[in-house]
Design a protein around this ligand. Structure first.
Ligand code: ATP
Ligand code: CA
Ligand code: CA
Length: 424
């Protein structure tokens, strides 16, 4: 692992994994076009399609520059149905995932999973373990019965399960909705479980530009929680309750609420600061890029924004998928800000600063107990007073809901409860 395209997963260069899975998905989803739409059948939840991709190409597959590989598409017809449920056209799905290079994200998790983000920010590909893939297959029918009844949910939306096989190494991966916009700065990021046992970001995590903090860090940084307008608060907590009930019914535990915060007031300050520095820089040294002051994107401080195939203000491709839509809240949209992505939940912190919150439930496939984590699990159980194993999913879910409803989010009558900064 290191900078400069040296990243590997199971000893395979991730650039090769990325390129190969784009070919594989392209072929798997493209090939579905010839299969007419029809009602789902039980067997659709169990089918696995396998294709060989030889580097010299074949009648079915294109030639490519990677090693020969094999690609499996799990329950392809079922996943097509689910994509349809969220309004994702096959062409759009392929454009998002296969037309431009994927971006690799650094993963704060301990699992060693790799995350790839589609260039348009819509989809995340996460590598999963064999057991997790198996579990998703078992879950599929029931999980999607729930999504079908209620697409407004914070639960992860799975749009595909694939396996890339090369040199007898298996790389399994799920395609999910991406929760976090990359076009704006996320000032804080939390992975919250409602547990306090060792729930503190490590030193190395803290040294990152945007660390993923945990429960204890949250309590320290936001002792008064994050304020939401009453209706928004109620909608959010109801959604979390309903989602937890589904997870509990599948005996799923160890999931997290991913919470990311864009601080509008801080962003405005940072922008003003940056412009001030920029204009000073231009006077002193006459930088070579004669960008017009005020419109420059701060070429010295930030890499140039990636060209995106969709404007960030456009509706998301995946229906019902923004945080606001997921909780069915119709909060006042944020005015004046034209360049924030849609769907963040308006909120305030205790200082009264205006926030946009992006969130969703993640990591739900790890319902089994990992052997290497068993010791941690036992200690955590004793620490949490959660020792009756049959009740564990219920215990987990209840504690999770309590934490979100009491510590993380707080209800205020209105978000204009504090006067705006005087110079606005
Ligand atoms: P663990 O060690 O906890 O098992 P993991 O490898 O299973 O970790 P996750 O817990 O699923 O990984 O996610 C790790 C991080 O990846 C999250 O904290 C978050 O920053 C990012 N992430 C995961 N899922 C999404 C998503 N759907 N959208 C955006 N970011 C995500
Ligand atoms: Ca995990
Ligand atoms: Ca996790």
């Amino acid at each position: 692992v290191g900078e400069g395209g040296e990243v590997t997963y199971k000893k395979i260069h991730t650039s090769q994994i990325m390129g190969s899975i784009q070919l594989g998905i392209s072929h798997a989803v493209g090939g579905l076009a010839s299969k007419p739409e029809r009602d789902l059948l039980m067997q659709d939840f169990m089918t696995i399609e396998t294709t060989n991709f030889y580097s010299q190409g074949s009648q079915l597959t294109p030639a490519h520059h990677y090693s020969d590989f094999r690609f499996k598409s799990f329950a392809p017809i079922a996943f097509r149905y689910f994509r349809d449920l969220f309004g994702i056209q096959p062409d759009d799905f392929l454009l998002s995932l296969c037309n431009e290079p994927l971006r690799e994200l650094t993963n704060p998790g301990a699992s060693g999973s790799i995350f790839y983000l589609s260039a348009d920010d819509e989809f995340i590909i996460k590598t999963v373990q064999h057991k997790e893939g198996e579990f998703l297959m078992k879950l599929l029918l029931g999980y999607y019965m729930n999504l079908n009844q209620n697409p407004r949910t914070l639960l992860p939306k799975f749009f595909g399960l694939y396996c890339y096989i090369c040199n007898s190494k298996n790389v399994r991966m799920v395609v999910m909705n991406n929760l976090l916009p990359s076009s704006i700065k996320l000032h804080e990021k939390y992975d919250l479980k409602g547990s306090t046992y060792k729930r503190k970001a490590s030193k190395s995590e803290r040294s990152k530009t945007v660390p993923t903090y945990k429960d204890l860090d949250f309590l320290e940084l936001h002792p008064d929680g994050i304020m939401l307008e009453a209706d928004t608060y109620t909608a959010l907590i109801k959604t979390i309750q309903r989602d937890c009930r589904v997870l509990e019914s599948f005996k799923i535990m160890d999931y997290s609420l991913l919470v990311a915060i864009h601080n509008l007031d801080l962003a405005a300050k940072e922008e003003a600061e940056r412009r001030r520095n920029n204009s000073i820089g231009e006077e002193d040294s006459g930088e070579e890029n004669g960008a017009v002051a005020g419109t420059s994107s701060g070429a010295t401080a930030h890499p140039p924004p990636l060209v995106r195939s969709r404007s960030i203000n456009r509706q998301k491709l995946v229906a019902h998928s923004t945080a606001l839509e997921s909780i069915q809240a119709e909060s006042e949209p944020i005015d004046e800000e034209d360049d924030v992505p849609p769907g963040g939940i308006p909120a305030r912190n205790a200082k009264g600063e205006r926030l946009l919150v992006f969130l969703g439930i993640i990591d739900i496939l790890q319902s089994y107990r990992l052997k290497k984590k068993l010791e941690h699990t036992l200690k955590a159980m004793i620490h949490d007073g959660d020792t009756v194993s049959v009740h564990r999913p219920g215990f987990y879910s209840q504690r999770f809901q309590n934490f979100m409803a009491k510590q993380v989010f707080r209800k205020v009558p209105s978000l204009s409860f504090r006067p705006r900064a005087s110079n606005e």
